[in-house]
Write a protein of this length. Structure first.
Length: 655
Protein backbone atom coordinates (compact mmCIF):
# COMPACT_ATOMS: atom_id res chain seq x y z
CA UNK A 1 0.00 0.00 0.00
CA UNK A 2 1.64 3.24 -1.14
CA UNK A 3 1.33 6.56 0.64
CA UNK A 4 -0.16 8.22 -2.47
CA UNK A 5 -1.62 6.65 -5.64
CA UNK A 6 0.27 9.02 -7.97
CA UNK A 7 2.85 11.79 -7.92
CA UNK A 8 0.02 14.24 -8.62
CA UNK A 9 -1.60 13.31 -5.31
CA UNK A 10 1.75 13.60 -3.50
CA UNK A 11 2.45 17.12 -4.79
CA UNK A 12 -1.09 18.29 -4.00
CA UNK A 13 -0.78 17.04 -0.42
CA UNK A 14 2.69 18.46 0.17
CA UNK A 15 1.69 21.84 -1.28
CA UNK A 16 -0.40 22.28 1.88
CA UNK A 17 2.71 22.16 4.08
CA UNK A 18 5.61 24.54 4.63
CA UNK A 19 8.52 22.38 3.44
CA UNK A 20 10.55 23.38 0.39
CA UNK A 21 13.18 22.61 -2.20
CA UNK A 22 16.30 24.78 -2.01
CA UNK A 23 18.36 25.42 -5.15
CA UNK A 24 22.03 26.05 -4.38
CA UNK A 25 23.66 28.41 -6.90
CA UNK A 26 26.96 28.99 -5.08
CA UNK A 27 28.45 28.95 -1.63
CA UNK A 28 26.44 31.98 -0.54
CA UNK A 29 23.51 31.97 -2.97
CA UNK A 30 20.44 29.77 -2.58
CA UNK A 31 16.80 30.03 -3.63
CA UNK A 32 13.99 28.54 -1.54
CA UNK A 33 10.82 27.36 -3.29
CA UNK A 34 8.15 25.83 -1.06
CA UNK A 35 6.06 23.00 -2.46
CA UNK A 36 3.00 25.25 -2.88
CA UNK A 37 5.03 27.62 -5.09
CA UNK A 38 6.54 24.65 -6.91
CA UNK A 39 3.07 23.41 -7.86
CA UNK A 40 2.01 26.90 -8.91
CA UNK A 41 5.10 27.29 -11.12
CA UNK A 42 4.45 23.91 -12.72
CA UNK A 43 0.81 24.79 -13.46
CA UNK A 44 1.85 28.02 -15.19
CA UNK A 45 4.35 26.13 -17.34
CA UNK A 46 1.71 23.50 -18.09
CA UNK A 47 -0.48 26.33 -19.38
CA UNK A 48 2.24 27.24 -21.88
CA UNK A 49 2.55 23.57 -22.89
CA UNK A 50 -1.17 23.24 -23.50
CA UNK A 51 -1.50 26.50 -25.46
CA UNK A 52 1.41 25.35 -27.64
CA UNK A 53 -0.56 22.20 -28.45
CA UNK A 54 0.97 19.60 -26.14
CA UNK A 55 -1.71 17.03 -25.30
CA UNK A 56 -1.96 14.42 -22.57
CA UNK A 57 -0.09 11.26 -23.49
CA UNK A 58 2.63 13.16 -25.39
CA UNK A 59 6.34 12.89 -24.54
CA UNK A 60 8.24 15.99 -23.43
CA UNK A 61 12.04 15.90 -23.63
CA UNK A 62 13.58 17.95 -20.81
CA UNK A 63 16.92 19.28 -22.13
CA UNK A 64 17.56 21.75 -19.34
CA UNK A 65 20.81 22.29 -17.49
CA UNK A 66 19.55 24.58 -14.72
CA UNK A 67 17.91 22.81 -11.80
CA UNK A 68 14.89 25.02 -11.15
CA UNK A 69 13.58 25.11 -14.75
CA UNK A 70 14.09 21.34 -14.91
CA UNK A 71 12.02 20.78 -11.76
CA UNK A 72 9.27 23.10 -13.00
CA UNK A 73 9.14 21.33 -16.39
CA UNK A 74 9.13 17.88 -14.80
CA UNK A 75 6.15 18.70 -12.60
CA UNK A 76 4.34 20.43 -15.46
CA UNK A 77 4.55 17.11 -17.30
CA UNK A 78 3.33 15.17 -14.26
CA UNK A 79 0.35 17.50 -13.76
CA UNK A 80 -0.58 17.40 -17.46
CA UNK A 81 -0.28 13.60 -17.80
CA UNK A 82 2.62 14.10 -20.20
CA UNK A 83 5.51 11.62 -20.10
CA UNK A 84 8.68 13.48 -19.08
CA UNK A 85 11.88 12.41 -20.86
CA UNK A 86 14.92 13.78 -18.98
CA UNK A 87 18.09 14.07 -21.10
CA UNK A 88 21.46 15.52 -20.11
CA UNK A 89 22.47 18.63 -22.03
CA UNK A 90 26.10 17.55 -22.00
CA UNK A 91 28.97 19.21 -23.82
CA UNK A 92 29.76 16.63 -26.49
CA UNK A 93 28.35 15.57 -29.84
CA UNK A 94 27.48 12.21 -28.26
CA UNK A 95 24.86 13.90 -26.10
CA UNK A 96 23.39 15.67 -29.13
CA UNK A 97 23.34 12.47 -31.16
CA UNK A 98 21.45 10.87 -28.31
CA UNK A 99 18.81 13.61 -28.40
CA UNK A 100 18.28 13.09 -32.13
CA UNK A 101 17.96 9.32 -31.68
CA UNK A 102 15.52 9.70 -28.80
CA UNK A 103 13.38 12.06 -30.88
CA UNK A 104 13.22 9.35 -33.53
CA UNK A 105 12.00 6.80 -30.96
CA UNK A 106 9.14 8.81 -29.47
CA UNK A 107 5.57 8.65 -30.80
CA UNK A 108 4.62 12.26 -30.00
CA UNK A 109 7.85 14.13 -29.20
CA UNK A 110 8.14 17.66 -27.80
CA UNK A 111 11.17 19.48 -26.43
CA UNK A 112 11.73 22.14 -23.79
CA UNK A 113 15.23 23.59 -23.74
CA UNK A 114 17.32 26.76 -23.96
CA UNK A 115 17.96 28.49 -27.29
CA UNK A 116 21.72 28.14 -26.87
CA UNK A 117 21.51 24.38 -26.27
CA UNK A 118 19.17 23.84 -29.22
CA UNK A 119 21.40 25.87 -31.55
CA UNK A 120 24.21 23.38 -30.91
CA UNK A 121 21.88 20.48 -31.68
CA UNK A 122 20.80 22.13 -34.93
CA UNK A 123 24.43 22.71 -35.94
CA UNK A 124 25.23 19.04 -35.37
CA UNK A 125 22.18 17.98 -37.38
CA UNK A 126 23.31 20.13 -40.32
CA UNK A 127 26.90 18.86 -40.17
CA UNK A 128 25.91 15.18 -39.88
CA UNK A 129 22.97 15.17 -42.28
CA UNK A 130 20.43 14.60 -39.52
CA UNK A 131 18.08 17.42 -40.48
CA UNK A 132 15.33 14.97 -41.44
CA UNK A 133 15.45 13.27 -38.03
CA UNK A 134 15.32 16.60 -36.23
CA UNK A 135 12.47 17.80 -38.47
CA UNK A 136 10.05 15.85 -36.26
CA UNK A 137 10.47 18.69 -33.76
CA UNK A 138 9.39 21.42 -36.18
CA UNK A 139 6.96 23.62 -34.26
CA UNK A 140 7.36 21.41 -31.18
CA UNK A 141 10.19 23.18 -29.33
CA UNK A 142 9.53 25.39 -26.32
CA UNK A 143 12.30 27.67 -25.13
CA UNK A 144 12.54 28.25 -21.41
CA UNK A 145 14.17 31.62 -22.23
CA UNK A 146 10.85 32.88 -23.65
CA UNK A 147 8.58 31.90 -20.78
CA UNK A 148 7.55 34.85 -18.62
CA UNK A 149 6.34 34.77 -15.04
CA UNK A 150 2.81 35.90 -15.86
CA UNK A 151 1.72 32.75 -17.71
CA UNK A 152 -1.87 31.56 -17.21
CA UNK A 153 -2.34 28.28 -15.33
CA UNK A 154 -2.85 25.10 -17.27
CA UNK A 155 -5.54 22.53 -16.62
CA UNK A 156 -4.33 19.46 -14.69
CA UNK A 157 -5.16 16.11 -16.29
CA UNK A 158 -5.79 13.38 -13.69
CA UNK A 159 -3.41 10.42 -13.91
CA UNK A 160 -3.95 6.83 -12.82
CA UNK A 161 -1.33 4.70 -11.03
CA UNK A 162 -0.76 2.63 -14.20
CA UNK A 163 -0.09 5.73 -16.33
CA UNK A 164 3.40 6.43 -17.61
CA UNK A 165 5.07 9.14 -15.51
CA UNK A 166 8.43 9.41 -17.25
CA UNK A 167 10.89 7.61 -19.48
CA UNK A 168 14.46 7.16 -18.24
CA UNK A 169 16.73 6.74 -21.25
CA UNK A 170 19.98 4.93 -20.54
CA UNK A 171 23.12 7.03 -20.27
CA UNK A 172 25.44 4.16 -21.14
CA UNK A 173 24.83 3.99 -24.86
CA UNK A 174 24.36 6.67 -27.49
CA UNK A 175 23.81 4.40 -30.49
CA UNK A 176 20.64 2.74 -29.19
CA UNK A 177 19.52 4.36 -25.91
CA UNK A 178 17.06 2.24 -23.94
CA UNK A 179 13.95 4.01 -22.66
CA UNK A 180 12.91 2.57 -19.30
CA UNK A 181 9.18 3.20 -18.78
CA UNK A 182 8.21 4.10 -15.22
CA UNK A 183 4.61 4.42 -14.10
CA UNK A 184 3.24 6.31 -11.11
CA UNK A 185 2.74 2.93 -9.42
CA UNK A 186 6.42 1.99 -9.98
CA UNK A 187 7.56 5.29 -8.53
CA UNK A 188 5.29 5.34 -5.50
CA UNK A 189 6.14 1.73 -4.64
CA UNK A 190 9.90 2.36 -4.72
CA UNK A 191 9.77 5.73 -2.99
CA UNK A 192 7.83 4.20 -0.09
CA UNK A 193 10.20 1.22 0.03
CA UNK A 194 13.26 3.48 0.22
CA UNK A 195 11.74 5.49 3.03
CA UNK A 196 10.85 2.31 4.93
CA UNK A 197 14.38 0.95 4.51
CA UNK A 198 15.99 3.99 6.15
CA UNK A 199 13.54 4.12 9.03
CA UNK A 200 11.01 6.49 7.49
CA UNK A 201 10.93 10.27 7.36
CA UNK A 202 11.89 11.69 10.73
CA UNK A 203 11.12 15.06 12.18
CA UNK A 204 13.72 17.54 10.97
CA UNK A 205 15.04 15.28 8.21
CA UNK A 206 16.59 17.12 5.27
CA UNK A 207 18.46 15.79 2.26
CA UNK A 208 21.17 17.14 -0.05
CA UNK A 209 22.31 15.96 -3.48
CA UNK A 210 24.61 17.10 -6.27
CA UNK A 211 23.60 14.23 -8.56
CA UNK A 212 22.11 15.36 -11.89
CA UNK A 213 18.32 15.29 -12.11
CA UNK A 214 18.65 13.34 -15.36
CA UNK A 215 19.94 10.44 -13.23
CA UNK A 216 17.54 8.25 -11.26
CA UNK A 217 19.42 8.73 -7.99
CA UNK A 218 19.24 12.51 -8.38
CA UNK A 219 15.63 12.81 -9.58
CA UNK A 220 13.94 9.98 -7.69
CA UNK A 221 16.16 9.47 -4.68
CA UNK A 222 16.81 13.10 -3.82
CA UNK A 223 13.88 15.05 -5.24
CA UNK A 224 10.86 12.75 -5.29
CA UNK A 225 11.64 10.83 -2.09
CA UNK A 226 11.93 13.93 0.16
CA UNK A 227 8.95 15.60 -1.51
CA UNK A 228 6.72 12.56 -1.04
CA UNK A 229 7.96 12.32 2.56
CA UNK A 230 7.08 15.97 3.14
CA UNK A 231 10.63 16.99 4.00
CA UNK A 232 12.81 19.81 2.74
CA UNK A 233 15.74 19.15 0.47
CA UNK A 234 18.69 20.94 -1.11
CA UNK A 235 19.85 20.46 -4.70
CA UNK A 236 23.33 21.44 -5.88
CA UNK A 237 24.39 21.61 -9.56
CA UNK A 238 26.71 18.77 -10.50
CA UNK A 239 29.10 21.23 -12.15
CA UNK A 240 29.36 23.17 -8.89
CA UNK A 241 30.28 19.99 -7.00
CA UNK A 242 32.91 19.16 -9.62
CA UNK A 243 34.47 22.63 -9.25
CA UNK A 244 34.07 22.88 -5.47
CA UNK A 245 33.66 19.38 -3.97
CA UNK A 246 34.22 20.64 -0.41
CA UNK A 247 31.03 22.69 -0.69
CA UNK A 248 29.03 19.45 -0.52
CA UNK A 249 29.95 18.78 3.10
CA UNK A 250 29.98 22.47 3.99
CA UNK A 251 26.32 22.67 2.97
CA UNK A 252 25.56 19.42 4.78
CA UNK A 253 26.99 20.96 7.94
CA UNK A 254 25.28 24.34 7.43
CA UNK A 255 21.79 22.91 6.86
CA UNK A 256 21.97 19.99 9.30
CA UNK A 257 21.48 17.50 6.47
CA UNK A 258 20.47 13.98 7.51
CA UNK A 259 20.55 12.13 4.15
CA UNK A 260 22.95 12.52 1.23
CA UNK A 261 24.49 10.40 -1.52
CA UNK A 262 27.21 9.93 -4.10
CA UNK A 263 28.54 7.30 -6.46
CA UNK A 264 31.95 5.88 -5.64
CA UNK A 265 33.85 8.37 -7.81
CA UNK A 266 32.27 11.33 -5.97
CA UNK A 267 33.78 10.29 -2.66
CA UNK A 268 37.19 9.98 -4.32
CA UNK A 269 36.77 13.42 -5.95
CA UNK A 270 35.83 14.96 -2.60
CA UNK A 271 38.77 13.42 -0.75
CA UNK A 272 41.26 14.43 -3.43
CA UNK A 273 40.88 18.14 -2.65
CA UNK A 274 39.55 18.03 0.91
CA UNK A 275 41.67 19.83 3.48
CA UNK A 276 41.53 17.32 6.31
CA UNK A 277 42.76 19.89 8.77
CA UNK A 278 39.48 21.76 8.22
CA UNK A 279 37.27 18.80 9.15
CA UNK A 280 36.87 19.91 12.75
CA UNK A 281 35.22 23.14 11.55
CA UNK A 282 32.27 21.10 10.20
CA UNK A 283 29.46 19.50 12.17
CA UNK A 284 28.13 16.42 10.36
CA UNK A 285 26.58 14.79 13.41
CA UNK A 286 23.11 15.14 11.85
CA UNK A 287 23.98 12.84 8.92
CA UNK A 288 22.40 9.44 9.52
CA UNK A 289 22.35 8.03 5.96
CA UNK A 290 25.06 8.46 3.31
CA UNK A 291 24.11 6.40 0.27
CA UNK A 292 26.81 4.95 -1.98
CA UNK A 293 25.56 3.48 -5.25
CA UNK A 294 25.24 3.78 -9.05
CA UNK A 295 28.64 2.14 -9.70
CA UNK A 296 30.95 -0.49 -8.13
CA UNK A 297 31.63 0.37 -4.49
CA UNK A 298 35.12 0.47 -2.99
CA UNK A 299 35.04 -0.56 0.67
CA UNK A 300 38.43 1.07 1.32
CA UNK A 301 37.14 4.37 -0.05
CA UNK A 302 34.05 4.15 2.18
CA UNK A 303 36.27 3.71 5.21
CA UNK A 304 38.60 6.51 4.10
CA UNK A 305 35.69 8.93 3.64
CA UNK A 306 34.14 8.32 7.05
CA UNK A 307 37.59 8.32 8.64
CA UNK A 308 38.55 11.64 7.06
CA UNK A 309 35.34 13.24 8.36
CA UNK A 310 35.42 11.70 11.83
CA UNK A 311 36.74 15.00 13.27
CA UNK A 312 33.59 16.59 11.78
CA UNK A 313 31.55 14.24 13.99
CA UNK A 314 30.45 12.05 11.10
CA UNK A 315 29.50 8.67 12.54
CA UNK A 316 31.54 5.74 11.22
CA UNK A 317 28.45 3.64 10.45
CA UNK A 318 26.37 6.03 8.32
CA UNK A 319 27.56 4.80 4.90
CA UNK A 320 24.93 2.66 3.14
CA UNK A 321 26.20 0.79 0.05
CA UNK A 322 23.13 0.13 -2.09
CA UNK A 323 22.23 -1.58 -5.35
CA UNK A 324 19.73 -0.37 -7.89
CA UNK A 325 19.07 0.41 -11.53
CA UNK A 326 16.70 2.44 -13.67
CA UNK A 327 14.65 -0.66 -14.51
CA UNK A 328 13.87 -1.04 -10.80
CA UNK A 329 12.80 2.63 -10.61
CA UNK A 330 15.82 3.11 -8.36
CA UNK A 331 16.48 0.82 -5.38
CA UNK A 332 16.72 -2.98 -5.32
CA UNK A 333 18.68 -3.68 -2.14
CA UNK A 334 19.57 -1.58 0.91
CA UNK A 335 21.49 -2.81 3.99
CA UNK A 336 20.21 -2.29 7.51
CA UNK A 337 20.71 1.28 8.69
CA UNK A 338 23.78 1.94 10.86
CA UNK A 339 25.25 -1.48 10.07
CA UNK A 340 28.54 -0.02 8.76
CA UNK A 341 30.09 -1.16 5.49
CA UNK A 342 30.56 -4.92 5.34
CA UNK A 343 32.53 -6.76 2.68
CA UNK A 344 33.83 -10.17 1.66
CA UNK A 345 37.08 -11.11 -0.05
CA UNK A 346 36.57 -13.57 -2.90
CA UNK A 347 39.00 -15.50 -5.07
CA UNK A 348 39.24 -14.03 -8.57
CA UNK A 349 39.27 -17.42 -10.24
CA UNK A 350 35.82 -18.42 -8.97
CA UNK A 351 33.51 -15.68 -10.19
CA UNK A 352 32.01 -17.13 -13.36
CA UNK A 353 28.32 -18.02 -13.56
CA UNK A 354 27.80 -21.26 -11.63
CA UNK A 355 30.96 -20.90 -9.54
CA UNK A 356 30.71 -21.20 -5.78
CA UNK A 357 32.25 -17.93 -4.59
CA UNK A 358 35.40 -18.88 -2.68
CA UNK A 359 35.74 -16.68 0.40
CA UNK A 360 39.27 -15.80 1.45
CA UNK A 361 40.59 -14.52 4.73
CA UNK A 362 39.62 -10.82 5.05
CA UNK A 363 43.30 -9.91 5.45
CA UNK A 364 44.47 -11.92 2.43
CA UNK A 365 46.54 -9.91 -0.04
CA UNK A 366 44.98 -11.60 -3.05
CA UNK A 367 41.37 -11.71 -4.19
CA UNK A 368 38.67 -9.09 -4.66
CA UNK A 369 37.07 -7.21 -1.80
CA UNK A 370 33.38 -6.83 -2.64
CA UNK A 371 30.78 -4.97 -0.63
CA UNK A 372 27.54 -6.44 0.70
CA UNK A 373 24.68 -4.26 -0.52
CA UNK A 374 21.87 -5.57 1.66
CA UNK A 375 18.55 -7.27 1.09
CA UNK A 376 15.65 -6.41 -1.21
CA UNK A 377 13.42 -3.45 -0.46
CA UNK A 378 9.69 -3.95 0.08
CA UNK A 379 7.76 -4.92 -3.03
CA UNK A 380 10.80 -6.26 -4.88
CA UNK A 381 12.05 -9.83 -5.35
CA UNK A 382 15.55 -10.92 -6.33
CA UNK A 383 16.91 -14.21 -7.67
CA UNK A 384 20.35 -15.44 -8.68
CA UNK A 385 20.09 -17.71 -11.72
CA UNK A 386 22.14 -19.48 -14.37
CA UNK A 387 21.85 -18.79 -18.10
CA UNK A 388 18.71 -20.93 -18.36
CA UNK A 389 16.97 -19.05 -15.55
CA UNK A 390 17.36 -21.82 -12.96
CA UNK A 391 17.74 -20.43 -9.45
CA UNK A 392 21.16 -21.01 -7.91
CA UNK A 393 22.01 -21.72 -4.30
CA UNK A 394 23.31 -19.08 -1.90
CA UNK A 395 27.00 -18.41 -2.41
CA UNK A 396 26.91 -19.30 -6.13
CA UNK A 397 27.57 -16.61 -8.73
CA UNK A 398 24.86 -16.04 -11.32
CA UNK A 399 22.73 -13.52 -13.16
CA UNK A 400 20.88 -11.05 -10.93
CA UNK A 401 17.14 -11.13 -11.72
CA UNK A 402 14.44 -8.90 -10.22
CA UNK A 403 10.67 -8.49 -10.32
CA UNK A 404 8.09 -6.54 -8.33
CA UNK A 405 5.91 -3.47 -8.10
CA UNK A 406 8.88 -1.18 -8.66
CA UNK A 407 10.14 -2.97 -11.81
CA UNK A 408 9.44 -1.52 -15.25
CA UNK A 409 7.11 -3.29 -17.63
CA UNK A 410 9.54 -2.74 -20.47
CA UNK A 411 11.42 -0.42 -22.80
CA UNK A 412 9.69 2.32 -24.73
CA UNK A 413 9.09 1.41 -28.37
CA UNK A 414 11.27 -1.72 -28.19
CA UNK A 415 9.24 -4.90 -27.81
CA UNK A 416 12.18 -7.08 -28.87
CA UNK A 417 14.42 -5.75 -26.09
CA UNK A 418 11.58 -6.03 -23.59
CA UNK A 419 11.02 -9.72 -24.48
CA UNK A 420 14.76 -10.37 -24.31
CA UNK A 421 15.11 -8.75 -20.88
CA UNK A 422 11.88 -9.73 -19.09
CA UNK A 423 10.64 -13.32 -19.12
CA UNK A 424 7.03 -14.48 -18.98
CA UNK A 425 7.14 -14.82 -15.22
CA UNK A 426 8.08 -11.16 -14.93
CA UNK A 427 11.74 -11.66 -14.03
CA UNK A 428 13.97 -8.91 -15.44
CA UNK A 429 17.64 -9.68 -16.14
CA UNK A 430 19.58 -6.74 -14.72
CA UNK A 431 22.70 -7.53 -16.74
CA UNK A 432 24.65 -7.82 -13.48
CA UNK A 433 26.31 -10.87 -11.95
CA UNK A 434 26.35 -11.56 -8.25
CA UNK A 435 25.71 -13.95 -5.39
CA UNK A 436 23.85 -14.06 -2.10
CA UNK A 437 26.41 -14.30 0.67
CA UNK A 438 25.31 -14.31 4.28
CA UNK A 439 21.80 -13.44 3.15
CA UNK A 440 22.88 -10.26 1.35
CA UNK A 441 23.56 -9.46 -2.28
CA UNK A 442 27.14 -9.12 -3.45
CA UNK A 443 27.41 -7.76 -6.99
CA UNK A 444 30.50 -9.04 -8.79
CA UNK A 445 30.19 -7.02 -12.02
CA UNK A 446 28.41 -6.47 -15.32
CA UNK A 447 27.89 -9.60 -17.41
CA UNK A 448 28.61 -7.60 -20.57
CA UNK A 449 31.93 -6.31 -19.20
CA UNK A 450 33.42 -9.47 -17.75
CA UNK A 451 36.73 -10.35 -19.40
CA UNK A 452 37.98 -13.81 -20.21
CA UNK A 453 41.77 -13.67 -20.24
CA UNK A 454 44.62 -15.88 -19.07
CA UNK A 455 42.12 -18.69 -18.54
CA UNK A 456 40.08 -16.78 -15.96
CA UNK A 457 37.16 -14.39 -15.65
CA UNK A 458 38.17 -10.88 -14.68
CA UNK A 459 36.17 -7.76 -13.88
CA UNK A 460 37.29 -4.34 -15.17
CA UNK A 461 36.53 -2.52 -11.92
CA UNK A 462 38.71 -4.98 -10.00
CA UNK A 463 41.64 -4.48 -12.37
CA UNK A 464 41.21 -0.71 -12.10
CA UNK A 465 41.33 -1.04 -8.33
CA UNK A 466 44.57 -3.03 -8.64
CA UNK A 467 46.09 -0.17 -10.62
CA UNK A 468 45.12 2.30 -7.90
CA UNK A 469 46.73 0.13 -5.23
CA UNK A 470 49.76 -1.28 -7.01
CA UNK A 471 50.62 0.92 -10.00
CA UNK A 472 50.28 4.39 -8.52
CA UNK A 473 47.39 5.26 -10.84
CA UNK A 474 44.96 7.57 -9.10
CA UNK A 475 41.43 6.22 -8.58
CA UNK A 476 39.22 7.26 -11.47
CA UNK A 477 42.15 7.82 -13.83
CA UNK A 478 42.13 4.40 -15.47
CA UNK A 479 39.67 2.25 -17.39
CA UNK A 480 40.25 -1.38 -18.28
CA UNK A 481 38.35 -3.17 -21.01
CA UNK A 482 38.63 -6.24 -23.21
CA UNK A 483 39.01 -6.31 -26.98
CA UNK A 484 38.76 -9.39 -29.18
CA UNK A 485 41.63 -9.41 -31.69
CA UNK A 486 41.78 -11.57 -34.82
CA UNK A 487 38.88 -13.72 -33.68
CA UNK A 488 40.70 -15.16 -30.67
CA UNK A 489 38.47 -16.78 -28.02
CA UNK A 490 39.94 -14.72 -25.17
CA UNK A 491 39.98 -10.99 -24.52
CA UNK A 492 43.02 -8.81 -25.01
CA UNK A 493 43.23 -6.59 -21.94
CA UNK A 494 43.59 -2.91 -22.78
CA UNK A 495 44.16 -0.30 -20.07
CA UNK A 496 43.45 3.38 -20.69
CA UNK A 497 45.18 5.81 -18.34
CA UNK A 498 44.82 9.58 -18.33
CA UNK A 499 48.03 11.39 -19.25
CA UNK A 500 48.56 15.13 -19.30
CA UNK A 501 51.03 16.80 -21.59
CA UNK A 502 52.40 15.84 -24.97
CA UNK A 503 55.59 14.08 -23.86
CA UNK A 504 54.97 10.36 -24.28
CA UNK A 505 58.33 9.40 -22.79
CA UNK A 506 57.01 10.36 -19.35
CA UNK A 507 54.20 7.82 -19.82
CA UNK A 508 56.55 4.85 -20.32
CA UNK A 509 57.05 4.19 -16.56
CA UNK A 510 53.26 4.30 -16.07
CA UNK A 511 52.73 1.77 -18.86
CA UNK A 512 55.29 -0.58 -17.31
CA UNK A 513 53.75 -0.17 -13.85
CA UNK A 514 50.30 -1.01 -15.24
CA UNK A 515 51.58 -4.16 -16.95
CA UNK A 516 53.44 -5.24 -13.85
CA UNK A 517 50.51 -4.67 -11.45
CA UNK A 518 47.98 -6.64 -13.49
CA UNK A 519 50.54 -9.32 -14.29
CA UNK A 520 51.61 -9.84 -10.70
CA UNK A 521 48.27 -9.33 -8.96
CA UNK A 522 45.82 -10.85 -11.46
CA UNK A 523 48.11 -13.18 -13.40
CA UNK A 524 47.09 -11.67 -16.73
CA UNK A 525 49.00 -9.96 -19.51
CA UNK A 526 48.07 -6.49 -20.70
CA UNK A 527 47.88 -6.18 -24.47
CA UNK A 528 48.19 -2.39 -24.55
CA UNK A 529 48.36 0.59 -22.21
CA UNK A 530 46.90 3.65 -23.88
CA UNK A 531 47.46 7.24 -22.73
CA UNK A 532 44.30 9.35 -23.09
CA UNK A 533 43.45 12.96 -22.31
CA UNK A 534 40.29 11.98 -20.45
CA UNK A 535 38.01 9.01 -19.90
CA UNK A 536 34.50 9.13 -21.38
CA UNK A 537 31.88 9.16 -18.65
CA UNK A 538 28.15 9.59 -18.27
CA UNK A 539 26.79 12.71 -16.60
CA UNK A 540 26.73 10.83 -13.29
CA UNK A 541 30.40 9.86 -13.64
CA UNK A 542 30.09 6.27 -14.85
CA UNK A 543 32.93 5.04 -17.05
CA UNK A 544 31.89 4.33 -20.65
CA UNK A 545 34.28 1.45 -21.26
CA UNK A 546 32.39 0.41 -24.39
CA UNK A 547 33.32 3.73 -26.06
CA UNK A 548 37.02 3.13 -25.38
CA UNK A 549 36.85 -0.46 -26.62
CA UNK A 550 35.09 0.65 -29.82
CA UNK A 551 37.66 3.37 -30.46
CA UNK A 552 40.52 0.91 -29.90
CA UNK A 553 38.96 -1.66 -32.24
CA UNK A 554 38.61 1.03 -34.93
CA UNK A 555 42.34 1.76 -34.70
CA UNK A 556 42.02 5.25 -33.28
CA UNK A 557 44.97 4.71 -30.93
CA UNK A 558 47.25 2.90 -33.41
CA UNK A 559 49.43 5.95 -34.02
CA UNK A 560 50.04 6.83 -30.40
CA UNK A 561 50.72 3.17 -29.51
CA UNK A 562 53.30 2.93 -32.31
CA UNK A 563 55.06 5.99 -30.89
CA UNK A 564 54.93 4.53 -27.40
CA UNK A 565 56.34 1.18 -28.57
CA UNK A 566 59.20 2.98 -30.30
CA UNK A 567 59.96 4.91 -27.13
CA UNK A 568 59.88 1.74 -25.03
CA UNK A 569 62.22 0.02 -27.49
CA UNK A 570 64.53 3.02 -27.68
CA UNK A 571 64.99 3.19 -23.93
CA UNK A 572 65.31 -0.55 -23.44
CA UNK A 573 68.53 -2.51 -23.00
CA UNK A 574 70.32 -4.04 -26.01
CA UNK A 575 68.95 -7.14 -27.72
CA UNK A 576 70.14 -10.72 -27.47
CA UNK A 577 73.89 -11.29 -27.58
CA UNK A 578 74.16 -15.10 -27.77
CA UNK A 579 72.43 -17.93 -29.62
CA UNK A 580 70.73 -19.10 -26.43
CA UNK A 581 69.47 -15.56 -25.77
CA UNK A 582 68.20 -15.24 -29.33
CA UNK A 583 66.33 -18.56 -29.09
CA UNK A 584 64.79 -17.63 -25.75
CA UNK A 585 63.86 -14.18 -27.04
CA UNK A 586 62.16 -15.71 -30.08
CA UNK A 587 60.14 -18.04 -27.83
CA UNK A 588 59.02 -15.18 -25.58
CA UNK A 589 58.27 -12.89 -28.49
CA UNK A 590 56.14 -15.55 -30.19
CA UNK A 591 54.07 -16.14 -27.05
CA UNK A 592 53.84 -12.46 -26.13
CA UNK A 593 52.78 -10.83 -29.42
CA UNK A 594 52.33 -7.12 -29.80
CA UNK A 595 55.42 -6.21 -27.76
CA UNK A 596 58.95 -5.23 -28.63
CA UNK A 597 60.84 -7.43 -26.12
CA UNK A 598 64.50 -7.18 -25.25
CA UNK A 599 66.79 -9.58 -23.45
CA UNK A 600 66.64 -7.45 -20.30
CA UNK A 601 62.86 -7.11 -20.02
CA UNK A 602 61.59 -8.52 -16.72
CA UNK A 603 58.78 -10.92 -17.67
CA UNK A 604 56.93 -10.15 -14.45
CA UNK A 605 57.28 -6.38 -14.71
CA UNK A 606 55.81 -6.30 -18.22
CA UNK A 607 52.70 -8.10 -16.95
CA UNK A 608 53.15 -11.59 -18.37
CA UNK A 609 50.23 -13.81 -17.40
CA UNK A 610 50.66 -17.08 -15.55
CA UNK A 611 49.23 -18.88 -18.58
CA UNK A 612 51.80 -17.26 -20.89
CA UNK A 613 54.60 -18.14 -18.46
CA UNK A 614 53.46 -21.77 -18.47
CA UNK A 615 53.48 -21.77 -22.27
CA UNK A 616 56.97 -20.24 -22.32
CA UNK A 617 58.17 -22.87 -19.87
CA UNK A 618 56.75 -25.70 -22.00
CA UNK A 619 58.53 -24.33 -25.08
CA UNK A 620 61.82 -23.84 -23.18
CA UNK A 621 61.59 -27.32 -21.68
CA UNK A 622 61.01 -28.80 -25.14
CA UNK A 623 64.18 -27.03 -26.37
CA UNK A 624 66.33 -27.76 -23.29
CA UNK A 625 64.66 -30.81 -21.69
CA UNK A 626 64.91 -31.09 -17.90
CA UNK A 627 67.24 -28.13 -17.48
CA UNK A 628 64.80 -25.51 -16.22
CA UNK A 629 62.21 -25.65 -13.42
CA UNK A 630 59.13 -23.42 -13.39
CA UNK A 631 60.33 -21.80 -10.16
CA UNK A 632 63.53 -20.73 -11.94
CA UNK A 633 61.51 -18.01 -13.67
CA UNK A 634 61.37 -16.12 -10.37
CA UNK A 635 65.15 -16.27 -9.95
CA UNK A 636 65.93 -15.54 -13.60
CA UNK A 637 63.05 -13.35 -14.84
CA UNK A 638 64.82 -11.88 -17.89
CA UNK A 639 65.92 -13.60 -21.10
CA UNK A 640 69.53 -12.61 -20.43
CA UNK A 641 69.56 -14.00 -16.89
CA UNK A 642 67.71 -17.16 -17.94
CA UNK A 643 70.09 -17.70 -20.86
CA UNK A 644 73.10 -17.35 -18.58
CA UNK A 645 71.58 -19.91 -16.21
CA UNK A 646 70.83 -22.33 -19.07
CA UNK A 647 74.37 -21.98 -20.38
CA UNK A 648 75.82 -22.67 -16.91
CA UNK A 649 73.58 -25.72 -16.44
CA UNK A 650 74.46 -27.07 -19.89
CA UNK A 651 78.17 -26.54 -19.24
CA UNK A 652 77.95 -28.33 -15.88
CA UNK A 653 76.10 -31.25 -17.47
CA UNK A 654 78.84 -31.76 -20.10
CA UNK A 655 81.78 -31.21 -17.75
Amino acid sequence: MTSFPTLQHALAARAEGCEAVHFIASGDSERRVDYRALRANALRLLGRFQRKGVREGAQMILLLDALEPFVDAFWACILGRIAAVPLAVGATDQHRFKLVRVVGRLADPWLITERKAFARVEALARDQGLDAALARLDGRVLFIDDIAGDERDGMPVPAAPADLAFIQFSSGSTSAPKGVMLTHANLMSNVDAILAAIGGAREGDASLSWMPLTHDMGLIGFHLVPLVAGRSHWLMPTALFVRRPALWMQKASEHRISVTCSPNFGYAHFLKSFDRASAASLDLSSLRVVFNGAEPIDARLCREFTGALAPARLAADVMLPVYGLAEATLAVTIPPARAAVRSVRLARGALAVGDAAAELDPDAAQGIELVKVGTTVAGCELAIADASGTTLADGVVGHVLIRGDNVTQGYYGDEALTRKTIDRAGWLDTGDLGARIGGELVVTGRASEILFAAGQNLYPHDLEDLLARHAGVETGRAAVTGVRIDGTPSDAIVAFVTHKGNALDTFVPTALAVRRAIGEQAGAAVHAVVPVRQLPKTTSGKLQRFALADAFARGEYAGILAELTALESGTAAPGAASEVERTLLDICQTLLPGRALTADDNLFEIGTSSLALAQIYERVDATWPGVLEVTDFFDYPTVRAMAAYLERQSAAATA
